[in-house]
Ligand binder design. Structure first.
Ligand SMILES: Nc1nc2c(c(=O)[nH]1)N[C@H]1C(S)=C(S)[C@@H](COP(=O)(O)OP(=O)(O)OC[C@H]3O[C@@H](n4cnc5c(N)ncnc54)[C@H](O)[C@@H]3O)O[C@H]1N2
Ligand code: MOO
Ligand code: MG
Length: 422
């Protein structure tokens, strides 16, 4: 055991974040079928290869006419048109419309040349005479009525979606509309997850005295998915530095980053804390002025990032959200990789203070159009508490200089993602 393990230099959260950011660059690009692109991050900006709509489109079921023909139409004076064509969706018109003629047309069909208006079915009267179809109108029709012009939504060459956008329903429609069948996206970073702790049992194992089940690996797995990463589970290892070194070797070889949980404090068996001090490691930090998660550690090993998060579930959760999540987002070129900051009103007073910034797991409440945040548990917000993670949708930021914060005061929160895979 080295003395360096005890004497750590604490850095501010923002400093720790910049040290990590300096090591991160956007990952490789791959092409995925459109149907598989939900939640992925677009890697190349997409421009419109054609205008949209691509042809003059009817907005109604009715008749395409020349509006000038209706100049004399009034409730007392019908104007008659001979119907010379019928245009369902998906067909191109066969005839040019001339004065006194009209074409039956359906919603979404291409408007024929020669016309400048579509009149709704319901506004017309219809008759058959000697095998010919005629319609009459009793009112004037404006030029352009019910015709969607070419390029109303999008002009050719216009930027449609910027690189770095996360693909959702709206983006899927755009990509489909413009024929992007294979979408260029950033590869999901492969994230190795392993837990350290001789006390850890597999989820299926029965409880034993002094032991607990490994919950952090599964929590981290979910967080990785949510951040757009691909989790790779390496299970749990006993508190042995040689085992940890071997596991790390394997994990770093086959993945883009490695996240571990446990063993980063100063206990006799805190092996990750020791491992990151070894010569082959480039330590970025091993103490941060925050709680929970003050022992959060990051290092570079073989050009890849290693995050050694605390074993305490609350600290592990906060450490991931402040440091690992932004890394995974930045690796997918997200322009806003950090958690969103909101200013809200504190629901219940928060009395506990200490010399580090505290990130209290909390939940937001919307009342009378205002946003409040309440600590997720009224009793404890200890680093070791697991049960409140599921009740949190934000981290309430309690600055160290404050002597507690009273209910009704403004506080900053960091909004947590809402749980679905991005
Ligand atoms: N003398 C000191 N003791 C401690 C300090 C300190 O500065 N000086 N820091 C405290 C703080 S703060 C924290 S946080 C913890 C950090 O502990 P470690 O990161 O070293 O984690 P472990 O010792 O391995 O475990 C802590 C706790 O978490 C449980 N655990 C571990 N892994 C998992 C898992 N995968 N799933 C669920 N729970 C897990 C473990 O059983 C322990 O109860 O240290 C303080 N001590
Ligand atoms: O690392 Mo600890 O979580 O500050 O309580
Ligand atoms: Mg420990």
């Amino acid at each position: 055991m080295t003395t360096a393990k005890f004497h750590r230099t604490a850095v501010q959260v923002s400093e720790a974040q910049s040290r990590i950011a300096a090591q991160v660059s956007a990952g490789r690009i791959e092409h995925v079928p459109l149907a598989d692109s939900h939640g992925r991050t677009l890697a190349v900006s997409i421009e419109a290869p054609h205008a949209y709509p691509f042809f003059r489109r009817s907005g109604m079921d009715g008749f395409a006419i020349q509006s000038a023909d209706t100049a004399a139409a009034t409730s007392d004076h019908q104007v008659w048109f001979r119907v010379i064509d019928e245009i369902p969706c998906g067909y191109t018109p066969e005839h040019t419309i001339t004065p006194g003629t009209a074409a039956r047309i359906m919603t979404g069909a291409q408007v024929p040349d020669g016309t400048d208006a579509v009149v709704m079915m319901e506004m017309t009267e219809s008759k058959q005479e000697q095998g010919e179809h005629w319609i009459a109108l009793k009112r004037q029709i404006q030029t352009g009525a019910n015709i969607t012009p070419i390029g109303l939504e999008v002009q050719v060459g216009q930027q449609l979606i910027e690189a770095g956008t996360v693909i959702g329903a709206g983006e899927q429609s755009v990509l489909a509309t413009f024929g992007v069948a294979e979408v260029p996206v950033f590869e999901r970073p492969k994230v190795a997850i392993f837990a350290t702790g001789t006390e850890l049992l597999e989820v299926h194992e029965p409880l034993q005295p002094g032991r607990i089940r490994n919950s952090n690996s599964y929590m981290l797995r979910s967080l990785v998915v949510e951040a757009g990463g691909e989790p790779v589970m390496y299970g749990a290892i006993a508190d042995d530095v040689n085992t940890a070194r071997a596991k790390l070797e394997e994990a770093i070889r086959d993945n883009d980053i490695v996240v571990t949980t446990g063993g980063v404090s100063v206990g006799d068996y805190d092996i990750m804390g020791e491992l990151v001090l070894e010569e082959q490691m480039q330590l970025l930090f091993n103490k941060v002025t925050m709680r929970p998660g003050s022992v959060t550690t990051a290092a570079i090993y073989k050009d890849k990032l290693l995050f050694a998060l605390s074993g305490n579930p609350g600290a592990c959760f906060v450490g991931f959200n402040l440091f690992v999540r932004p890394t995974l987002r930045a690796m997918q070129a997200d322009a806003h990789p950090y958690l969103e900051e909101w200013n809200v009103i504190l629901e219940d007073g928060y009395a506990k203070v200490n010399n580090f910034t505290r990130f209290v797991r909390g939940r937001t409440i919307i009342r009378d159009g205002r946003v409040f945040a309440a600590p997720a548990a009224s009793r404890v917000d200890e680093s070791s508490v697991m049960i409140t993670i599921k009740d949190s949708d934000c981290l309430i930021v309690i600055p160290p200089e404050k002597k507690g914060i009273a209910a009704g005061e403004q506080v900053k929160i960091l909004k947590l993602p809402t749980g679905q895979a991005r």
